[in-house]
Write a protein that binds this ligand. Structure first.
Ligand code: NAD
Ligand code: MG
Length: 282
């Protein structure tokens, strides 16, 4: 397990690439045993090239699922996720493009169905964040980019996925602890993450009649490419949590396995808080 002190002086102005992170995030817990919880399931994971999304892809594969991942531009990272999934004996289809475009969202859903032969699990996980210390500094362009990426794409993909979903299929949305406690430097980002909570709860009620479940995960500080790419001071990242350290993606992935599998068959409209011990409402 990586200790927070090892992040020391690691501010890296890198283009969000996992392969360049020091230390490299842990993708899956050593010795994690799959038990076929997602056997024969087909999953689409956005932002599956790196960080939490990569971890979800590899855990899903170990539990028997084939996956497709959407990513923006990080070819090297995406190929590494593919390699890790294939090592588990499962398929991994790569889909590169911009989720801000509704027609690309359509392509992603259709390709997943065609390449994997179905779609049972949608993980809406891709996001951007651009810290600003004053509201005046959040430009209209930034506001639009953040909302189009972080929440509009969740609507587009979910809408299209529901056309294919059958009883027992699931949607899992990634929110953030910033929704529940606020964030002084991520006002627009935290707003989209709050919208995801409302979206999840409402869609869960709407889809329940078709026996489709919709849940989410609200991570706290997790060591992923998003962090050194967007924050100046990563030295203390995660140290203010009860557990006193940042989490690894490998500690987040199992929450998605739980929500995607029948283990959570009586849970819908809920969030799991993988945040190192911060008690938050809902
Ligand atoms: P990450 O950078 O590894 O993953 C985000 C991915 O989103 C990128 O790899 C990128 O390919 C994809 N993406 C971004 N914009 C896109 C677009 N327009 N089209 C297609 N793909 C796009 O970072 P991560 O930390 O693993 O983030 C995953 C999720 O976890 C995000 O929703 C983030 O908000 C959430 N989260 C992360 C933390 C944390 O501390 N890392 C905390 C709370 C919530
Ligand atoms: Mg990435």
């Amino acid at each position: 397990m990586t200790k927070p002190t090892e992040f020391k002086a690691q501010k890296q102005s890198l283009p969000g690439q996992q392969s360049k992170m020091k230390p490299e995030p842990e993708v899956i817990r050593k010795g994690y045993k799959g038990s076929g919880k997602l056997k024969e399931k087909k999953a689409l994971i956005t932002g599956g090239d790196s960080g939490i999304g990569r971890s979800v892809a590899v855990y899903f594969a170990r539990e028997g699922a084939d996956v497709a991942i959407v990513y923006l531009s990080e070819d090297k990272d995406a190929k590494e996720t593919q390699r890790l999934v294939e090592k588990e004996g499962q398929q991994c289809h790569l889909i590169k493009g911009d989720l801000k475009s509704e027609s690309f969202c359509k392509k992603a859903i259709n390709e997943t169905k065609e390449q994997l032969g179905g779609l049972n699990i949608l993980v809406n996980n891709a996001a951007v964040q651009h810290p600003q210390d004053a509201l005046q500094k959040i430009s209209k362009k930034q506001l639009q980019e953040t909302f189009e990426t972080n929440i509009f794409s969740f609507f587009h993909l979910s809408k299209l996925a529901l056309d294919h979903f059958k009883e027992g299929d699931t949607i899992i949305n990634t929110s953030s602890v910033t929704t529940y406690r606020g964030s002084e430097h991520l006002v627009d980002y935290a707003s989209t993450k709050g919208a995801i909570v409302g979206f999840t709860r409402s869609l869960a009620l709407m889809a329940a009649k078709d026996k489709i479940r919709v849940n989410g995960v609200a991570p706290g500080p997790i060591w992923t490419p998003l962090i050194p790419a967007t924050f100046d001071d990563v030295e203390k990242f995660g140290q203010d949590t009860a557990l006193g350290r940042a989490g690894q993606p490998s500690e987040v992935g199992p929450a998605y396995v739980f929500l995607a599998s029948e283990d959570s068959s009586y849970i819908t409209g809920q969030f799991i808080h993988v945040n190192g011990g911060e008690v938050v409402g809902g």
